[in-house]
Ligand binder design. Sequence first.
Ligand code: AKG
Ligand code: FE2
Length: 377
Amino acid sequence: MPSQLNKDPHNRYFDLGAAREVPDTHAWDGQHELPVVDGGVGAGDDAVPVVDMRDPRAAEAVARASEQWGAFLLEGHGVPTELLARVEAGIAGMFALPTPEKMRAARHDGDLYGYGPPLIASYVSKNMWSEGYTLTPANLHAEFRKIWPDAGQHYRHFSGVMEEFLKEMRSLANRLMELFLVALGLTAEQIAGVEAEHNLTESMTETMHLNWYPKCPDPTRALGLKGHTDSGFFTFVMQSQVPGLHLFRHGPPADRWVEVPAVPGALIVNIGDLFQILTNGRFRSVYHRVVVNRERERISVAYFLIPPADVKVAPLKEVVGGGKPVYRALTWSESIVVRKEAFANHGADLEFGKGRTALDMLSISSDEDDGAEHHRD
Ligand SMILES: O=C(O)CCC(=O)C(=O)O
Ligand SMILES: [Fe+2]
């Protein structure tokens, strides 16, 4: 048995798939108090917005959804549904491997990539009801060779499927970035100017979380993924036909979670913190979480588009116009430090109105209001 399994005081590598009860190390009391609303088509104001990329008015729909929700379901995106099905089947097969085989790719403390508990686990004291595998296009082969050292049939098949997926997703990400810039009201000339100055589209990097949420004997005590915002520009989420992703909506009438429906072939798009900064607060990053259920396991892929780690992101002057920038410039690496602080100060607990979120901490006006010290450059 790998040594890491023996030194696991926090029960992080507890075998979720075989569990008959939720141990205290995985119990999230008090996290299931807000109402949960189904976000399907009939839900009126709580229906999760749908954008069809083939629609000539797609940019308007993107603008509305990004301003009001920070998330939407994306259809007409061109990624074949049959490819998404193969991706899901491959991921399910990988997570179904015996734990010692998956542990060959275990992420060690401080590592960004590999297999293990969700990355945000290091920010919180309880364990979540999920396993993840974090990868980039550059390390995908090396990572999968850890799980399948013989580089045999499984390895070749799954790497091939994931490569096909990555190619499709990158092309989609580039097209969506342009649609976002149109949605911000920029002219073709301004978009060309933004790209010439910042090289936004080409320089975005990609990171993927493959997520597995096993069935849970007591879903009301557990959480698949604790509430958080994504840190980068934007994220695509591919979910299996098992709902579980919740988007937080503030009242009135009441604070609530809206469950994203499982729509065959659709991808979910989440706006991340750095996109809120880039758009000077016009597009909102969405606070979201994942719940689990008793009957069916759930697979998802979160595919993140993130600016290069050391490049400053600031509100675009084309968006700020005659107004004032609301956020100060910062790099993705710096934003991760702020995010950690926000988690430590309950800033991630948006639903309870505790603390300040990472974005509150980066806002220029709140800085001036409370005179708090921040690391300016
Ligand atoms: O599983 C999901 O639907 C969302 C996953 C997610 O939010 C993440 O990996 O950051
Ligand atoms: Fe997320």
